[in-house]
Design a binder for this molecule. Sequence first.
Ligand code: TYD
Ligand code: MG
Length: 455
Amino acid sequence: MSKIKTSFFCQNCGAQSTKWIGRCPSCGQWNTYVEELIQKDSDDKLWHGNNSIIQSKPKLINEINIDETPRIDTYNIELNRVLGGGLVPGSVILVGGEPGIGKSTLMLQIALNLKNKKILYISGEESELQIKMRAERLGKVKSNCYILTETQTQNIFQHIDSINPDILIIDSIQTLNSNNIESSAGSVSQIKECTTELLRFAKETSVPVFLIGHITKDGSIAGPKILEHIVDTVLHFEGDQNHIYRILRANKNRYGSTSEIGIYEMHNNGLAEVNNPSEMLIPQREEQLSGTAISATVEGIRPILIEVQALVTSATYGTPQRSSTGFDLRRLGMLLAVLEKRCGFRLGIKDIFLNIAGGLKVDDPAIDLAVISAILSSGEDISINSKICFAAEVGLSGEIRPVNRIDQRISEAEKLGFEKICISRYNIKGIMKKSFKIELVEIRKIEELYKYLFT
Ligand code: TYD
Ligand code: MG
């Protein structure tokens, strides 16, 4: 009989310790250690496949043939793009995101769309009936997709043996538990164990496996974070639940670039792919309003035109408010300081609200110029011509700095019918000016921008 063993695990980062510790030495969090049973029973089999016989042998790298394993088309352009051109056989993909963001919907939709492939969708969270109802809502019930509600990995492998699926989807990794380990489902050691079993299965059979994993904002559930180094690809499904836009981002990808993103819209009948995001994110309004400016940003490697809205009002209470949605508040503070110092704008007595349209979060520094323009426009109460857009970073001394992928930004603006784009003077060099019809407005300093827009 094997002895019962326990160990302490940090629920935040998965670090292990033989005794309880108040503060995790690896991630610095307090009070995250929990005792978990870890009893390995060597008689019980894991995924057994060809486990006992060692079949692989060293190969010369030249002899390994890549053509043998073509990528699988998921029939979802956005997902294909994020995966780097399709699904790689035998890869393990973690799809993480906050609860309720639409992970199950996305995965089920992909499962139902895949033609000529046998898919096994294993759910530990919803009943078969619930999944069927969701599938009907998505409008596609004719498909080669099997549904299984099961949480025990050993049972799952038995079903896999009899069905022989081409693709496996697990919803979610937190609900699985393995017989080999005695701690409860969702604990660090269970999650690690179940993923390792699935990983071995994927590598031995070349069946791609999607794992859905929940993360909360504060990362309090033991989960996806600790798996990131085990799996091949980590995708993040993010967005604001009050808005319809969802972004699928690759945080790690062993088979492609991590700079691609996929954009979806959540509708009543599932997620729709958005292939032309800019057209949706810039408003088609008749009258011109003050306080709005369009920025030519790049998300990953995709150019997206997006509207920035600002509201500048006199502060009614002692401390003026600064509030921002979709844009870093500290960065906003910095830009305001620059405006105050360089343009003599007395913002210390104003409330300032900033909003990026569509509920998107933008990290691209090229949005700075649009933010400043929107604030100036609201402050002056003069609208900016709706045919102008902006793409440049703003430095601490008020200088307008160059940004990357400027050609892409300019062409996207031109494609969407803009007549002028304000860019940094120092960005002009590498650009083939003649190849664009759109007017390039070169700006060096904030003062110049102010003069250009409002005088
Ligand atoms: P869900 O996929 O269950 O989220 P997760 O698996 O990430 O927890 O979907 C969550 C939300 O999506 C739910 O609040 C309802 C909404 N939804 C739609 O708006 N349209 C739809 O067609 C579906 C299926 C869900
Ligand atoms: Mg779900």
